[in-house]
Every structure is written in C-alpha cells, then in structure tokens.
Design a protein around this ligand. Structure first.
Ligand SMILES: *Cc1c(COP(=O)(O)O)cnc(C)c1O
Length: 432
C-alpha cells in the first residue's frame, strides 16, 4: 500500500512506522521531525552482509556510507551489526570516533582531503584511506612518514561506466571530479608510484559509479573493468591487489512504480562476475567491499510535518504548506526528486487530490514536491513524506535560520530521541 514496507495504518486510521503511531510521534516530539526505523536499518544491513556470506563466502565487508545519514546513534547501530563505515570528512570521522566505532573498519574517502583530515584519520587508525588523486598520495606519504604509520590505501578509479541516473550523482565517467582515470593511463601511473611508496601500502582499488541506480549491468560492467585493471597490475608490475571496493549506489523505491533490483540479486550477480573474471584472468579472489548508503537509510526514514496554510489557485494548483521545507528536505530543490506523501492522520482515506507541498522558506523552488497524490489536507493535519532517511537530515541546513529538526528512532513499538531539535540558542551559538 505504501512505498516502504515498514509503514502501516493502525486502528485509529493513523500512519505507523515500525508499528509506532506517527501522529503520536508528531505530538510528542513536535514537527518537522525525522523518524528512523531501527529494525529496518538492521534488516537491510543484514540483507547485505548475509548475501555477502552466501554469494561470496563472506570474503567481504559492508561499509555503510555514512554521508547518507550520519549521527552517533546510527554509527552505534552499524557497529553493533558488525559492519563497517565509509566517511568522507573529518566531521563524519569524528562522529564515528565519538560513537566508539571501531576505526579499523572505517574507509576514509574524499576528493579533496585536507592535511588536518588526513592526520586525524591516521591518528585514529582508520582501516583504509581511499586516495583520490596523485597530490593526495604524495601528501599522505609524507604525513604517514611524519606520524610513523603505514596506512592501507585504495585508489579511487573512474571505470568509465555511464550509470543511468541523475547527472549530479553520476561519478564513474571520465568527466568526473572523483578519482583516477583508466583510459588516459593516469590510474596506472599512480599505481606504479604507489607500489614504490615506503609509507603507504596499496591494498586495494575502489570505484563508485553513481547513486540511485536500478540496474545491475552497470555494476557488473564496473567489476569487469576493475578486475581487468587488477590483472594488468599483476601482469605488468608483479603486484597483487588484495581488496576490491565496488562502492554503493543501489537504487531504492521512492515511488510506487520504481522497481530497483533486490540487493541479494545484485550481490549474487556481481559476486559471480568477480569469480569468473578472477578465474579467467588468473588473479586471486579479492576481499570485496560494498558501500551502500541510500539503500540502508532512505527506506527506513520518514519526515513528519504539520500543515499550515492551504492555497487553492483555481485552474492552476493547490499549495499545501508545511512547517519545514528545503532546509530539512533539500532533494527536491537539488534534483527535482520525487516522494510519496501521506496525511498521517487520514492514512485510511483515498489520496483524492493532487497538490504541491510547499515549504516555509523564502524561495519559490522550496517545495517538497509537485503533483503529489494526497488525502485532502487541512491546517493542523500531519503529513508524512516517505523514504526520506537518506540525504535529508545529512544535507539539512539552517537556511532562513530555521532550527534543524530532531531525529527520533523507533524500535519495538518504542521511540527515543537520537538528535535533539535545535534550540533558538543553537541557531546563534557561533555568533559573536
Ligand atoms: C555516496 C557514496 C556512496 C553511497 O552511495 P549511495 O547511493 O548512497 O549508496 C558510496 N561510496 C562512495 C564513495 C560514495 O561517494
């Protein structure tokens, strides 16, 4: 009935998430409110790591891409499932560190890491640094020497795969700010330099072709390209690569007609390609890493809003305005992304209207979405926007000096606060 399987309707006709009444959540914690379903996060992590066991003999690790949704409680949940983490900034590293995350299970990414970030990552003992470019390799080599450590590194490679997704979230093609290009020989030159570095160990290769990808073929193709490169490195340099990180990017269902391939099928097919190619090329089976972000966080989350003004413009459209907007839900204004919405206190009723849900920020583009099927919404109703667990809280801002909403986790019929709502004093806390 709804786009995410953890949503339901209770006897009061209210929308539930993980069995908890969303209308009660809204009244208990206020709106806007991010709600995350802990059990669903755990289930999805298990689907990934169980498939890794089943289809790849467990010779691999799942690293949750924390940029999708990062807070200390999320890090604790991932750690308790035994999975790893991917971080792209000192802030994400710090969050994991303060949450007690085992830092040897963290991969540190970023196309423009600062010396401060590199130093922090090395001091905290992250498992891998995914090196993006040659100047980073050289800086890392000298900082590692200074700190007397020998980090494992992976190289981020652009495999030259065109994933069919939004231009802003495509990353595997040659015209990308991320990684070393294969076609030009840039990646091979960097590998030659790295295998002679004294203070870093070239452990693996990494690629990430984009996000919200529904098909499996681009992932299979990327695996083929990467293994061909691993074989070239072995044949020409006599150097064996231990790890292959195939990134994240698995698509999720935002709308009823979205039909992403199940993660199990992805892992079965990609594992198959990796084995076949290793046999064919005569290279050893690498330890495999995947980095799902959106697929773990997005379906587990919803955002709750309270309806304020309703504006019917005859023959044009109806605006239903809510108490949040682009500051807490930036994906519409960034990518024109679409969501399913439900009036939480009328969840049993037909979605009989098509409306534009607008935010309260001073931008005409500040919308949650257009042409959204919705129950008749009036002032005081609670609207739930579905599958907002990824790239909403993590991309939120204080635009218009709005306070960032709270994040609540639900589990076993209970709710608990994981991130407090910002106070007015938080809004001015750094002002002098
Ligand atoms: C963003 C990103 C991911 C996660 O992508 P999703 O689409 O959220 O799964 C994984 N790896 C890298 C390097 C990324 O930049």
């Amino acid at each position: 009935m709804f786009v995410s399987e953890n949503l339901g309707v209770n006897n009061a006709g209210h929308l539930t998430i993980g069995g908890v009444d969303t209308v009660e959540l809204a009244s208990q914690y206020g709106t806007p409110l991010y709600v995350m379903d802990e059990q669903m996060i755990r289930n999805t992590l298990r689907r990934f790591h169980d498939s890794m066991k089943k289809y790849y003999n467990g010779k691999g690790e799942v690293h949750y891409a924390s940029k999708a949704f990062s807070c200390m409680e999320m890090c604790r949940i991932v750690a308790s499932e035994g999975d790893g983490l991917d971080a792209v900034s000192i802030g994400e590293l710090y969050t994991a560190y303060k949450a007690g995350f085992p830092m040897e299970k963290v991969g540190f990414h970023g196309n423009n890491k600062t010396d401060e970030e590199i130093r922090f990552a090395l001091e905290k003992g992250v498992g891998h640094i995914i090196v993006d470019n040659i100047s980073e390799l050289r800086r890392l080599e000298s900082i590692a020497a200074e700190l007397n450590v020998q980090p494992n590194i992976m190289f981020r490679i652009k495999p030259g795969i065109d994933a069919h997704t939004h231009d802003f979230v495509k990353t595997g093609q040659i015209d990308s700010k991320f990684g070393f290009a294969l076609e030009t020989g840039e990646a091979f030159e960097a590998v030659k330099e790295a295998v002679n570095c004294k203070n870093v160990k070239l452990y693996g290769l990494h690629c990430h072709i984009g996000s919200q990808i529904f098909d499996i073929e681009p992932f299979e193709e990327a695996a083929r390209v990467m293994l061909a490169f691993i074989a070239k490195i072995k044949n020409e340099l006599g150097y064996e690569i231990d790890g292959l990180n195939l990134g994240g990017g698995f698509g999720i269902k935002y709308l009823e007609d979205h039909d992403p391939a199940p993660f199990e099928v992805y892992l079965e097919r990609v594992s198959g390609v990796v084995r076949t190619e290793c046999d064919r090329l005569g290279v050893k089976l690498p330890t495999m890493f995947i980095e799902p972000g959106r697929s773990i966080a997005a379906p587990a989350g919803i955002t709750l809003y309270t309806v304020g003004a309703r504006k019917e413009i005859p023959n044009i459209r109806t605006y239903v305005s809510v108490d949040g907007g682009m500051a807490d839900s930036p994906r519409y204004i960034l990518y024109g992304s679409e969501y399913e919405a439900i009036v939480a206190n009328k969840a049993n009723e037909e979605r009989s209207e098509k409306v534009t849900i607008a935010g309260k920020c001073c931008e005409s583009g500040d919308l949650i979405g257009e042409n959204m099927p919705l129950q008749h919404a009036e002032s005081g109703d609670i609207i739930a926007v579905c599958a907002t667990g990824a790239y909403n809280y993590s991309m939120s801002s204080n635009y218009n000096r709005l306070q960032k909403p709270a994040v609540v986790f639900v589990n076993n019929g209970e709710s608990r606060i994981a991130v407090k709502r910002e106070s007015l004093d938080d809004v001015i806390r750094n002002d002098i």
